[in-house]
Ligand binder design. Structure first.
Ligand code: NAP
Length: 289
C-alpha cells in the first residue's frame, strides 16, 4: 500500500482501541482491491472525544468507526443520524459528507448478514433467544425484529434491563413476539437461534452459559456467540459437543466492517469479501480448524 497525498483516511475511535482487529480487515481489503485508503486506530480519552471527532471532520477523513465506550456518546456530536441508529441509540459508523457527519449502526445489519451469508440462516419467522440485554443485544434484537423473526426471548441477569429492551422493541415491531425470560433455562423448545450477547466467555475461567447435555435438547439449534476472543468461547465448545452448528463473533465483526465500507464508498460489492476477511485474521485469533 502506498500512502500519498490522495490517500483516503478512515479509522476507529475507542478506548481501548489498540487491540482492534478492524485495521487488519480494512487495510487488507484496501490492499487486495488496490484502493488508496488507510484505516488507523485512535485510542481517545473520554474528555477528548469531541475534539477527536471534530478533528477527523476538519482533516477530511472519509469516515470512522466507534467502539466501546463511545457508541452512544458520539450521537450528540453528529449532524445527522440514520433512523435505525437513532432508534437503537448507538452509532458505530460515521460518514463525513463534505463536513456533515452522518451516523449509522452497522452492528445489527452485520450480524444479520453473517447469519444469512455464513450461517445460511434466515431469521424470518424463526424463534430466537438472546442472553444479555446490553448494547450488542439491542442492535441484534432490533435487526432480528426488522427481519420479522417470529419471537425474540430475552434474558438478562438484571431483569429490568431485559424488560426495558422488550418494551422498546414492542413499541416498534408488531410482527415479532417479544418475551422476557426469568431464567435462561426457560428457553423455548422451539428456539431456532441462541445468541450469547453477554461478555460471559471472554475470560479464561468463565463458565459455559449452557452445557452440552442441556443443548442436546434443541436439535438443529444454531448457537451464535458474539464473543470473538477467544474464538471458541465455552458456550460454543459445549454446543459443538452437542453437535450443534455454531458461529462466533468474528463473523459479525467482519460483516459490520463490510457494511461500513459499503456506506463509506457507496458500493455494495464488499459484502462478498467475508471469507477473504476471515483469512486475513491471524491464526491465533481465528483458531483455524
Ligand atoms: P454489555 O452492554 O455489558 O451487555 C451485556 C449484558 O449481559 C449486561 O446487561 C450484563 O449484565 C448481562 N449479563 C452478564 N452476565 C450475564 C448472564 N450470565 N446471563 C445473562 N445476562 C448477563 O456488553 P455489550 O457491549 O452488549 O457486549 C456484549 C458482548 O458482545 C461482548 O462479549 C462483546 O465483545 C460482544 N460484541 C461483539 C461484537 C462483534 O462484532 N462480534 C460487537 C459488539 C459486542 P451486567 O451488566 O449486570 O453484568
Amino acid at each position: 500500500m502506498t500512502i500519498n497525498s490522495q490517500t483516503v483516511l478512515l479509522g476507529l475511535i475507542g478506548n481501548p482501541a489498540k487491540h482492534s482487529l478492524s485495521p487488519l480487515i480494512h487495510n487488507g481489503i484496501f490492499q487486495q482491491r488496490s484502493m488508496n485508503a488507510a484505516y488507523l486506530c485512535f485510542e481517545v480519552q473520554p474528555k477528548d472525544l469531541k475534539p477527536a471527532v471534530s478533528s477527523l471532520r476538519s482533516l477530511g477523513a472519509k469516515g470512522f468507526n466507534l467502539t466501546i465506550p463511545y457508541k452512544e456518546k458520539v450521537l450528540s456530536l453528529l449532524d445527522e443520524v440514520s433512523e435505525d441508529a437513532r432508534l437503537i441509540k448507538a452509532v458505530n459508523t460515521v460518514k463525513n459528507q463534505g463536513g456533515r457527519l452522518v451516523g449509522y449502526n452497522t452492528d445489527g445489519p452485520g450480524f444479520i448478514d453473517s447469519l444469512k451469508l455464513k450461517g445460511r440462516f434466515s431469521p424470518r419467522e424463526k424463534n430466537v433467544c438472546i442472553l444479555g440485554a446490553g448494547g450488542a443485544a439491542k442492535a441484534v434484537s432490533f435487526c432480528l425484529c426488522k427481519e420479522e423473526a417470529a419471537s425474540v426471548s430475552i434474558y438478562d441477569l438484571e431483569r429490568a434491563r431485559a424488560e426495558a429492551l422488550a418494551r422498546g422493541l414492542r413499541k416498534l415491531f408488531k410482527k415479532t413476539r417479544i418475551v422476557v425470560l426469568d431464567a435462561k433455562e426457560q428457553m423455548s423448545a422451539r428456539t431456532n437461534l441462541l445468541v450469547n450477547a453477554t461478555g460471559v466467555g471472554m475470560k479464561e475461567r468463565d463458565p459455559a452459559l449452557f452445557d452440552a447435555a442441556f443443548l442436546e435438547r434443541f436439535p438443529g439449534l444454531l448457537v451464535y456467540d458474539l464473543i470473538y476472543a477467544p474464538a471458541q468461547p465455552p458456550l460454543l465448545k459445549e454446543a459443538q459437543k452437542a453437535r450443534l452448528p455454531v458461529m462466533n463473533g468474528l463473523w459479525m465483526l467482519i460483516y459490520q466492517a463490510l457494511r461500513a465500507l459499503t456506506i463509506w464508498f457507496e458500493r455494495d460489492d464488499f459484502l462478498r469479501l467475508g471469507d477473504f476477511c476471515y483469512n486475513l485474521l491471524p491464526e491465533q485469533e481465528v483458531e483455524k480448524r
